[in-house]
Design a binder for this molecule. Sequence first.
Ligand code: G3P
Ligand code: CA
Length: 272
Amino acid sequence: MKFILEAGLTLSLFLSPIQADVFSGTVLVRDLSYIDVVAHRGASGYAPENTFAAFDKAVQMGADYIELDVHRSKDGELVVIHDSTVDRTTDGSGKVGELTVEELRALDAGSWMGDAFAGETIPTLDEVLDRYYGKIGLLIELKTPDVYPGIEEEVAEMLKERNLDRPQDEEIMIQSFNFESMKKMKQLLPDVPIGVLTSSRTDTSDEALKEFATYADYFNPQYGLISQTLVDRAHAHGLKVGSWTVRNRKTANLLIAAGVDAIITDYPDYVR
Ligand code: G3P
Ligand code: CA
């Protein structure tokens, strides 16, 4: 669907947040609602990544999904944090997998980004599912699943307990850089969309795309790999394309022009 906006000015596709085709004095503004806006680690440009503050901000900004990273604590709880250590994003130190959930929850995961966020904590996956399912889509990334044997079964069980393992308009998706883990995930949860993440050009060959399409629904390359040709080839293999991590409007516009289906960004407002 397209809207025609009469305007006496010239807009450039790559300079404007509005996607426009320019004719003499007439601007065609494209409806971009077909693109899923994924708030990377929540709206992490505005609030500390992988915290309720960042996830709440994403909901408030109207993103379609929050993306979140999952590790496992020493005592077996699935927790939401990006790095394998707590050093960068909390006031503590040490490996996530060597701390209990109680120890992890005692850490301040917000102050590093500003006093206004003091007291933010590392959420558990349970808490995120309970608080956000139904409010916003969830893109769950399994971080280094090889370090946490059995994590695929645990995530699958958690979703099944909540009846979230059935087709529900892609409200839950799972992704990883670990392709074997995602193959396993598809076997465990055949109705949940699976994404493969990559920053490697070797994973963009037709042979690689064909293999991904045997178990994945989304091909999610780093934005530097994206071209319209790659998006078209992925689509021809039946894969949707999500790309990351957008931190400026110019990159968002390039991805939109290339025809991606989802944009994973720290700044949800840069896409629409
Ligand atoms: O969702 C894509 C992106 O999250 C992958 O990179 O390091 O931010 O988890 P990273
Ligand atoms: Ca991630």
